[in-house]
Design a protein around this ligand. Structure first.
Ligand code: KG4
Ligand code: ZN
Length: 347
C-alpha cells in the first residue's frame, strides 16, 4: 500500500554550498531525514593542499541540478510538495555560497514557496536535532574548519556565542599540522588516525587564556608543532609522527573539554551538543563521552559522522525552525561571507 501523505506534513529542502560540498537534503516534519545527498569535491582540491575558491564555485555549478534531482528522487516527492526552501547564506566562500543561494531563490520563485536563509553554524548545531529533540537551555561546542565556538541557546533559533577562537579554528590547526607532517588535505582525519597509534609524549602548550574566558587560541599550539618538526630536522633527529599527532590532539582535546565543562557548570545547561567537522574526531568524541556521558541531568548528544561534516540536512533542520517561527527571507537574499550567527536572534 502506498504511504498516505498527510497534507499537514512539513517538507523542507536544504541547500548547502558554502565550501567544498554541494549538498541537498529534504527533512520531513523538522526531524526526519527523507533525503541527504552530498557531492564532495575533496579530490579536486587535494593537490592544492586546500580549497581553491574558483574550483569550488565551478564544481557547485556543475553539480547543483544533479544533486537537487537526486534529493527529490530519494525523498520520493516533487517541488510542489515542499513547504519551504532553506539555504546557507553565510559564512563561507562568496562564489560558492552564491550558487546555492541562487538555486534556492529560483526554486522559491518558480514554485511560490518561502525562502529561508540559514547561518552555516546554526546548521551545524541543528544537525543534533536529527538525533534527539533539543532541550533548553543548552550549550553547543562547535568545532569546524572555520569556526571554534561555544554557543549557548536559551530557545530555538536564538544563539549566544560565549566563546570563540581568537586565531585559528580547531580544524584549521588540524589541517596545518597535517600539512607539516606531509599528510593530504583535509588533514583532520589523518591526524586523528595517527594519534591513536602514538603516545602523547611530546610536551606541547595549552592556551587557557585569561581566567574565566571561554575563548580559544590554537595558533601557538600549531607553531609549537611546526617548530618541533623543524628543530628535529635541523638536528638530524627523527620525530615519531604518531607521537606528535597524539600530543597535538591531546592538547586540543584538553582545552576543548575543560572549557566546555566549565561553561556547562556556569550556564546550568540541560544538554551538550557537539557540532562541526572536527566533531568527527574519535579522540574528542571519546573524551566528551568519558567526561560528560554519565553526568546526571545533562544529556550529551554527538551526531553521526555524516552529520558532523558539511551537509544540507543540518541546513534544512535549522531552516525548519525558522520557517515555523515565520522568519523568511526575501527574494533579494544575498550570499554573505561574513554573516554573524546573531542574524537569527530576536526577529
Ligand atoms: O564543518 P566542516 O566540514 O567544514 C567547515 O564548515 O569548516 O569541517 C571541516 C574540518 C576540516 O578542517 C577537517 O580537517 C576537520 O573538519 N575534520 C577533522 C576530522 N574530520 C574532519 N578534524 C579532526 N578529526 C577528524 N576526524
Ligand atoms: Zn561546516
Amino acid at each position: 500500500m502506498g504511504e498516505f501523505m498527510n497534507k499537514k506534513d512539513q517538507w523542507i529542502m536544504g541547500i548547502e554550498t558554502s565550501c567544498d560540498e554541494t549538498a541537498v537534503a529534504i527533512i520531513k516534519n523538522g526531524r526526519e531525514m527523507a533525503a541527504n545527498v552530498v557531492a564532495s569535491q575533496i579530490e579536486s582540491h587535494k593537490r592544492f593542499g586546500g580549497v581553491v575558491p574558483e574550483i569550488a564555485s565551478r564544481h557547485h555549478v556543475e553539480q547543483i541540478t544533479i544533486v537537487l534531482e537526486e534529493a527529490l528522487n530519494q525523498a520520493g516527492i516533487t517541488y510542489s510538495d515542499l513547504s519551504a526552501i532553506a539555504v546557507t547564506e553565510g559564512p563561507g566562500l562568496v562564489g560558492a555560497l552564491l550558487i546555492g543561494v541562487n538555486a534556492a531563490k529560483a526554486i522559491a520563485f518558480a514554485h511560490g514557496i518561502p525562502l529561508v536563509g540559514v547561518h552555516h553554524i546554526a546548521g551545524h548545531i541543528y544537525a543534533n536535532r536529527l538525533v534527539a529533540e533539543m532541550k533548553f537551555p543548552l550549550l553547543s561546542l562547535v568545532v569546524s574548519g572555520g569556526h571554534t565556538e561555544l554557543v549557548y541557546m536559551e530557545e530555538h533559533g536564538h544563539f549566544e556565542v560565549i566563546g570563540e577562537t581568537r586565531d585559528d579554528a580547531a580544524g584549521e590547526a588540524y589541517d596545518k599540522v597535517a600539512r607539516t607532517l606531509s599528510l593530504p588535505y583535509p588533514g583532520g582525519p589523518h591526524i586523528d588516525r595517527l594519534a591513536h597509534e602514538g603516545e602523547p609524549s611530546i610536551n606541547l602548550p595549552r592556551a587557557w587564556l585569561e581566567e574565566g574566558s571561554y575563548d580559544f587560541s590554537f595558533s601557538g599550539l600549531k607553531s609549537a608543532v611546526i617548530n618541533t618538526v623543524h628543530n628535529a630536522e635541523q638536528r638530524g633527529e627523527k620525530i615519531v609522527p604518531e607521537d606528535l599527532a597524539a600530543s597535538f590532539q591531546q592538547s586540543v582535546i584538553d582545552v576543548l573539554v575543560t572549557k566546555t565543562g566549565r561553561a556547562m557548570d556556569e550556564y546550568k545547561v540541560k544538554q551538550l551538543l557537539l557540532a562541526g567537522g572536527v566533531a568527527a574526531n574519535k579522540g574528542l568524541r571519546a573524551a566528551l563521552e568519558d567526561k560528560f556521558a554519565n553526568n546526571p541531568g545533562i544529556e550529551l548528544i554527538i551526531p553521526p559522522l555524516s552529520l558532523c561534516t558539511d551537509n544540507a540536512a543540518m541546513i534544512a533542520a535549522a531552516g525548519s525552525i525558522l520557517f515555523e517561527k515565520g522568519i523568511h527571507s526575501g527574494l533579494d537574499l544575498n550570499a554573505n561571507p561574513g554573516l554573524d550567527i546573531a542574524i537569527h536572534n530576536d526577529k
